[in-house]
Design a protein around this ligand. Sequence first.
Ligand SMILES: Cc1ncc(COP(=O)(O)O)c(C=O)c1O
Length: 397
Amino acid sequence: MFENLKPTQTDPILGLMSAFRNDPRKEKIDLGVGVYMDDSGHTPVMKAVKAAEARLFDVEGTKSYQAIPGDALFNERMVRLLLGDGHEILTTGRLSTLQAPGGSGALRVGAELILRAKTDATIWIGTPSWPNHVPLLGGAGLSIRQYPYYDTNLREICVDAMMETLKLVPRGDVVLLHGCCHNPSGADLDPSHWDEITELALSRGFIPFIDIAYQGLGKGLEDDAYGIRTMASALPELIIASSCSKNFGLYRERTGSVTFISGSSSQADIVLSQAKAVARQMYSMPPAHGALLVGMILDNEELRRQWQSELEEVRCRILSMRSILVDQIKNNNAGINFEHIKRQSGMFSFLGISDQQLERLRKDFGIYIVSSTRINLAGINSTNIGYLAEAIKTVLH
Ligand SMILES: Cc1ncc(COP(=O)(O)O)c(C=O)c1O
């Protein structure tokens, strides 16, 4: 049987990572990989997570299976983190939440649930988007349509083209939106855009599916949730996939949640039973460790304060790298304006240079960037920023 298999194409990011590892140059910089790094170039375990782990070590009395929806405290706390403690939807019984194996698992559970409700469902995905959206959602069987999102020439969201396309989305289709810190562009919808899309969802009858993988890394924990909270107030149905990989630094613990908002509490019960059946079919129960830590951190005042202050440090470090980089490369001979990087949010932005310039950065300077020119701003630090800025100015020459 296995002789029928052909090798898959190497994921360009994995190829780039391996080329980076094999590059002997000391001054090399990896701006391709999508994880947060601190000023020493390390992806740390947050102190709040370490403290929660120490407590968990003492209190955890079993490694028996969790329930299929996962840890109840985690689910309750995640919903309140996403929607805000006082959100009116919390008391309506219209929510169904499951812990999921990371944001990716949450997206997939969401897709499978949609297909149980509508076997020929279509999801609209903005272009560009996180490269794994199409495989994850299309792989489940959803038909994919696209709407324009970011104009690489103008270096901003193409709002008019996006809204024009969304006005054509048929009733019952699903529209994927990035909650904040758009990956790969860093260009986020502002509150007026969220309001407009909410109106469109109401009038057209489409269902938004919000992927939020970076809450707290953009404008802050509350502001980053504007879209989710607005849509949850106004719409009868909504799906939210969230990830704790970046904001809790729990990447390998595969921690996330998926929340469905239904038209009534009795519908929410049915959605939960179907979502449980989806999970049972794919992986049975989610992994416990990361969710127990997040539940503990969000439920404990001291741990929560510690976590929020560390998250704020992460956010401010990225903002400061954005701003210093732009200032250092603004006087370039090519007259290219990089101000968009300052305006954008989260870990990513497009550098917006040519293929040849990208290749020179890699060959001559050991600076590794994916072909879309998406850079991870968290790969920049006080040690390498001067070298990076000079290299960019040189290749632009
Ligand atoms: C936009 C987006 N959604 C979802 C995810 C998935 O996150 P996780 O690692 O928790 O599966 C990522 C991770 O990079 C992402 O960038």
